[in-house]
Design a protein around this ligand. Structure first.
Ligand SMILES: Nc1nc2c(ncn2[C@@H]2O[C@H](COP(=O)(O)OP(=O)(O)OP(=O)(O)O)[C@@H](O)[C@H]2O)c(=O)[nH]1
Ligand SMILES: [Mg+2]
Length: 256
């Protein structure tokens, strides 16, 4: 069951040993034991987004098609509903369509957007975004970036620069740096997380497509290895389909 949920053989064996040592007698006790044993290996870092900065800033990155733009749009909607004033920064400057998609989501969410021009340096677009938010009294910058593979050296380096420039724009204040993972990709996301984390200090994960048949269990191994918590879960294609990640419910869903 754990293998089928993409935890990977090593993590599956580790959790199984932990559950066995608790000697559960019923299915329900086994589920409880799995929740406890999995929680113990998962990250203890806070799962709430750190939105204390003025403006706060959230960078979203990940491989092609992971769900970055959709997550940015849903997040903008969510934060706006919570009384925040988001600015969407469309920094996927690789494709005109990438910017258009982000603009559509911004309009759907009813939040302002700043669009990078095609071919622009995403770091400079994010820098402008932070300045623009300050000027316009907006309190959280949500930046969508182009899809990139962990093997594309130049694009991974570009991401490092993006992080450094964001930090500079924010005068060194912390920001959220979220790797968006596609639950459907399974174990390959462990390699992705490892490589992206080398390029940019990662503060969290957003796990998209949890409504699919994939269980997304690879994030347990990622959390254990990198101590980076999943903060958000995508549970559909609609604007309301983004929820705070609940580790206990997540592990229970693997068991069911
Ligand atoms: N079912 C489901 N589909 C999702 C979810 N999140 C994103 N998608 C779909 O996944 C596809 C890709 O989403 P995008 O947000 O465009 O992904 P992206 O990472 O921005 O892609 P690129 O910019 O091309 O790299 C779209 O068809 C989305 O509707 C989710 O939580 N559940
Ligand atoms: Mg996109």
């Amino acid at each position: 069951m754990l293998i089928a949920a993409d935890l990977g053989p090593a993590m599956a064996a580790r959790l199984t040993a932990g559950v066995r040592s608790r000697a559960p007698r019923t299915r329900e006790e086994a589920a409880e034991a799995l929740v406890a044993v999995a929680s113990a290996v998962m990250s203890k870092q806070p799962r709430e987004l750190n939105l204390a900065g003025n403006p706060a800033c959230i960078l979203l990155y990940g491989v092609n098609g992971a769900g970055k733009t959709t997550t940015a749009g849903k997040l903008a909607h969510r934060l706006r509903a919570a009384g925040r004033k988001p600015l969407i920064v469309a920094a996927d400057t690789y494709r005109a369509a990438g910017i258009e998609q982000m603009v559509l989501w911004a309009e759907r969410a009813g939040v302002p957007h700043l669009d990078g021009s095609s071919g622009a340096d995403p770091a400079s677009v994010v820098f402008d975004g932070v300045q623009t938010a300050r000027k316009r009294g907006l309190d959280v910058v949500i930046a969508d970036t182009a899809g990139r593979l962990q093997t594309q050296r130049n694009l991974i380096e570009e991401l490092g620069k993006l992080g450094r420039v964001a930090s500079k724009a924010l005068n060194g204040a912390p920001y959220e740096s979220l790797l968006v993972l596609d639950a459907v990709l399974g174990l390959t996301s462990i390699v992705q997380a490892r490589e992206f984390n080398k390029a940019i200090p990662m503060t969290g994960l957003a796990l998209a497509k949890l409504d699919s048949s994939a269980k997304g269990g690879a994030v347990i191994a990622i959390e254990a290895e990198l101590d980076v918590p999943v903060k958000l879960a995508g549970v559909g294609e609609g604007i309301d389909d983004l929820v705070p990640f609940d580790p206990a419910a997540f592990v229970r869903a693997i068991f069911d």
